[in-house]
Design a protein around this ligand. Structure first.
Ligand code: ADP
Ligand code: MG
Length: 473
């Protein structure tokens, strides 16, 4: 391969280019180029798209000239061969001859679209037949409504910085990742809303990767890939939700890659979310993954107890509902998985209360929780564990939660704590809360005791194993 004269000549060109351009530009605009053939003093290079060719011509023509001078000499000519990127097949267009001696120094591509142009519709989406370019943002997702906690501090701060100064910070692209229901969509839409409300000249676009994929497929089917591309290329702030959805979709990724590069090079902001860290995005092309590293990656964790309390209070306040603190505390100690679930319980609690005309009290909270969590998602809750222990050991629930030091109560209580630790995500503090407000050291002690006892006590071991099985089947 490297014996090929075109490769050797292009290799020489790249030496000059590499010395005279940034690492990022080099990777974006020169690495994808393939030397095609050398015919006398004429070098033909293959570029991935028409857009690519135009971009090189507009921005790097001097540099290319310089590199040709070095590699071939003053008489060197450059010819482009464009791989047509519409449709699934790639085919070579007849080469476009470019007279490199006539080094035009035109302004940068793309021209800033003027206001009229901004109302260009995307032809593949009927909903955009409105006066303004639709951003697809939910106005309720704002920073004001987004509770800050240890679990989201960096992600929120970075998002806010981007919202205030899109494409000026080094957080470009900004990548937010985290599990389901932890607030990814909310925080990235907050960026969009913030910008949209303050910088009306910016075209913000929120799109899920799934929708992007469908639009792309339709564009190919209906033969308007060009429109699709030019629509995305006029975006100022592109918010792409759930990029993990692009995994394994090679063509869609490639297209996203081009849009990404174009926007990035034109100083536009890109924000993305993913349900896992970039390095774990299987089926994602390396060149796309490496782009994600240019900016900042911030994760969202499951919210801690204090943040859960604050979120519940905020939701209730938004609904104009007041409930006793003990109920809020109970909810925060009982739902540990994600914020969407927390919201779900609050919503059904409010619905229950208004249907039955009852106040929202601890009992209503308990029964609502039982129905929304344990049955819908078949999750193990602390109450189902306590019920099972009471039944197995034939003890009363108030005793399990009470102060009794009788061995016949203490052992079942410790087993219950042990199961709670192993079967739920609850913190030691929250487990202690459910057993009459015991502190976390008591819970640790219980877990150690059961662990030790199971080494020697066969009966206990069998019992605990059976209980565990009952919950994990
Ligand atoms: P994801 O996109 O990560 O699955 P969402 O952004 O859809 O999660 O969040 C799920 C729900 O939880 C949304 O209704 C959102 O408003 C709410 N939520 C998430 N994080 C917070 C937060 N920090 N403060 C307030 N509400 C939040
Ligand atoms: Mg989401």
């Amino acid at each position: 391969m490297s014996e090929n004269p075109a490769h050797i000549t292009w290799g020489k060109c790249l030496q000059i280019i590499r010395e005279n351009t940034s690492e990022q530009s080099y990777k974006t605009w020169f690495e994808p180029i393939k030397p095609f053939k050398l015919d006398g003093a004429k070098l033909t290079i293959q570029v991935p798209s028409q857009f690519f060719y135009e971009w090189l011509e507009e921005n790097y023509v001097q540099l290319l000239r310089k590199s040709l001078d070095f590699a071939i000499g003053r008489n060197g000519l450059l010819e482009y061969s464009i791989i047509v990127d519409s449709g699934n097949r790639t085919q070579n267009k007849p080469p476009i001859a470019v007279n490199m001696t006539n080094t035009k120094t035109s302004s940068k591509l793309p021209p800033a679209p003027d206001p009229q142009e901004r109302t260009v519709r995307s032809p593949f989406d009927l909903r955009s037949l409105q006066n303004n370019l639709e951003s697809y943002l939910n106005p309720n997702y704002t920073f004001d409504n987004y509770i800050e906690g240890d679990c989201n501090r960096l992600a929120r701060a970075a998002s806010f910085a981007v919202a205030q100064k899109p494409s000026v910070t080094s957080f470009n692209p900004l990548m937010i990742y985290g599990g389901v229901g932890l607030g990814k969509t909310h925080v990235v839409q907050a960026i969009g809303n913030y910008i949209k409300n303050r910088m009306s000249d910016k075209f913000v676009l929120y799109v899920s990767s799934e929708k992007f994929t469908n639009q792309f497929i339709n564009a190919i089917r209906e033969n308007n890939l060009q429109d699709f591309m030019s629509f995305y290329m006029q975006v100022d702030i592109l918010i792409m939700d759930d990029v993990q959805f692009l995994s394994g979709k090679q063509k869609t990724q490639e297209t996203f890659f081009h849009i990404f590069n174009h926007l990035y090079q034109s100083g536009k902001q890109i924000v993305m979310t993913s349900d896992r860290p970039p390095r774990e995005l299987d089926g994602m092309e390396d060149r796309l993954l490496s782009r994600f590293k240019w900016g900042l990656t911030a994760d969202l964790q499951t919210p801690d107890y204090e943040t859960r309390i604050a979120i519940i209070q905020k939701k209730l306040q938004n609904e104009g509902i007041h409930i006793e603190y003990e109920v809020i505390e109970y909810l925060a100690h009982s739902i540990d998985s994600n914020i969407r679930e927390l919201e779900g319980v609050i919503i059904s609690l409010i619905a229950q209360a208004s249907l039955t005309r009852k106040d929202i009290d601890l009992n209503l909270a308990k029964s609502t929780l039982k129905h929304t969590i344990s049955e819908a998602d078949r999750e193990v809750t602390i109450d189902t564990i306590i019920d099972a222990i009471a039944e197995t050991y034939d003890v009363r629930i108030p005793d399990l939660k009470g102060k009794s030091r009788l061995r016949s109560i203490v052992l079942p209580r410790q087993v219950a704590m042990y199961l709670a630790k192993n079967l739920t995500n609850l913190s030691l503090k929250s487990i202690g809360y459910h057993f009459g407000g015991r502190d976390h050291s008591t819970v640790i002690h219980a877990i150690h005791t059961i662990n030790d006892l199971m080494d020697t006590d066969r009966d206990l071991k069998d019992k605990v194993t059976r209980l565990m099985k009952r919950f994990t089947k």
